[in-house]
Design a binder for this molecule. Structure first.
Ligand code: ADP
Ligand code: MG
Length: 460
């Protein structure tokens, strides 16, 4: 009997490998978006036709490829991102396996236009089922445009397994979100069948999440921030009252990569213990950063499942961070309306600095002297009025009476605070409408009205 083992031809090997990397149009979206980010793009446009079954096109303004690199990019295990196995533990890119483009090109019709900044002309490349059908110089702008047409055109069995356009578009949208949420610094757009679905400008994490999830999300977010040697946690959780029956808005990103991790998910949920209605799910958008060498990303071809060195400690840190954030939130949510209205004197607001008030001391003033019915005590010489403005003359006379009335009211409303200390004495002043100042037997009492009010609310 003759020998029976054969080496598979490249295009067959690529097709088989493609099965791992490309399950659906959304897989192509993920790979192309990640390549664009890795290329340092600041703008990425994504154009989709028929839920990706007809076209997935990604245009970036990243660093582009030389003619040789554009050709090499479609070889299996061809990557510019790692050179040795050690590099796997010092990754700063999303891709590194060098198999995405080779896989995609094995099961679709691909065309690429790419140009580097330093080149005058770019490269046009067309590949069908792993075979290069066209390669020529082309006039194009800096960056790369990759169009992937008719996915699985040569693997009908797999094309048949694609779901409805609605489901496939949902998957594509999820992938778009996952990249967009972790790269708010990149402007990103998404058009489906000539309808613009997202047009995200460069922003920060919170703004990006809100731009994707809708304006109402903003009020639902509680920030999480914790820094330890093992892990930094940043991001947002939803307030417990916004938890939903369906799962869904739960995102972990580790070192800028979307991941799924049921153990860490449990850590977050357990921090919400007792705060959620039965079976409801909080939303979370958590950006974790761990030392590169404590993370193994290479355990799955799509790299969404990862392995950490010390999962138990990470669990504890994450749980504590979320609990802490929830605690902070519930303290802050006691509604001290006043707190937001700190009075900033006009001078300070306008000039950024305040004028030191002039205080003239009357050495004859004796706080222990009984001044029963003299209502003018608040105008004691220690707090002299500033020199009159010309317009004040108009109010001369009127002012004094109104001040007296004012003072009587004020005294009535504040005196209850001092009842134990002060039975006889009634020397109470208000300074800058902020401080209540009174003399006591034992000395001087200064009360910050704002703080006193807050304290009363708090005690209540
Ligand atoms: P990987 O991303 O794992 O390296 P890919 O098959 O996705 O493998 O890409 C192969 C190579 O092609 C990349 O390493 C990169 O050098 C180059 N490349 C792919 N897409 C782009 C792009 N949009 N801009 C610039 N270079 C790209
Ligand atoms: Mg890649």
């Amino acid at each position: 009997m003759s020998d029976i083992i054969k080496l598979l031809p490249d295009h067959v090997a690529n097709q088989i490998a493609a099965g791992e990397v490309v399950q659906r149009p959304a897989s192509v979206v993920k790979e192309l978006l990640e390549n664009a980010v890795d290329a340092g793009a600041t703008q990425i446009h994504m154009i989709i036709k028929d839920a990706g079954k007809t076209l997935v096109q990604v245009i970036d303004n990243g660093k582009g490829m030389s003619m040789t690199d554009a050709r090499m990019a479609f070889e299996r295990h061809a990557t510019s991102k790692i050179a040795t196995a050690d590099d796997l533990f010092n990754l700063h890119t999303k891709g590194f396996r060098g198999e995405a483009l080779a896989s995609v090109a094995a099961i679709s019709q691909v065309s690429v236009k790419s140009k580097r900044e330093e080149d005058n002309l770019g490269t046009l490349l067309e590949i069908e089922g792993s075979k290069v059908t066209r390669q020529e110089p082309v006039v194009t702008s800096q960056g790369t445009m990759i169009s992937v047409r008719n996915l699985f055109y040569n693997v009908p069995a797999r094309r048949k397994f694609l779901k409805s356009d609605q489901v496939e578009l949902r998957n594509i949208t999820d992938e778009f979100h996952r990249v967009a949420m972790v790269h708010p610094e990149v402007a990103m757009s998404f058009t489906h069948n000539n309808t613009s679905l997202f047009n995200l400008i460069k922003s920060n994490y919170r703004q990006r999440i809100v731009a994707i999830m809708g304006a109402k999300t903003n009020e639902k977010l509680v920030p999480v921030e914790e820094e330890t040697d093992l892990m930094t946690v940043k991001g947002f959780i939803s307030k417990p009252e916004f938890a939903r029956k369906t799962r869904g808005l739960q995102y972990f990103f580790v070192n800028n990569r979307f991941i799924k991790h049921s153990y860490l998910n449990h850590a977050v949920l357990s921090a919400f213990e007792g705060l959620l209605k039965d079976k409801s799910n909080p939303a979370y958008f958590l950006y974790l950063t761990v030392p590169k060498d404590s993370l193994d990303i290479n355990i799955h071809p799509t790299k969404t499942e990862v392995k950490f060195d010390d999962e138990h400690s990470l669990y504890a840190i994450l749980r504590a961070s979320v609990k802490h954030a929830l605690g902070q939130f519930s303290v802050n949510s006691i509604d001290f309306q006043q707190e937001k209205q700190y009075e900033v004197p006009y001078d300070v607001a306008k000039n950024g600095h305040s004028q030191v008030p002039k205080i003239e001391v009357n050495s004859d003033f004796n706080p222990f002297q009984q001044e029963k019915s003299n209502k003018k005590t608040y105008q004691s010489p220690s707090f002299q009025k500033p020199p009159a403005q010309p317009w004040e003359a108009l109010y001369a006379g009127i002012e004094e009476t109104s001040q007296l009335i004012d003072e009587t009211d004020r005294e009535a409303s504040t005196s209850f605070m001092f009842q134990q200390h002060e039975v006889e004495q009634r020397n109470i002043f208000q300074l800058q409408r902020k401080f209540v100042i009174s003399t006591l037997k034992s000395g001087l009492l200064v009360v910050n009205q704002q703080r006193a009010h807050e304290r009363i609310l708090y005690e209540k």
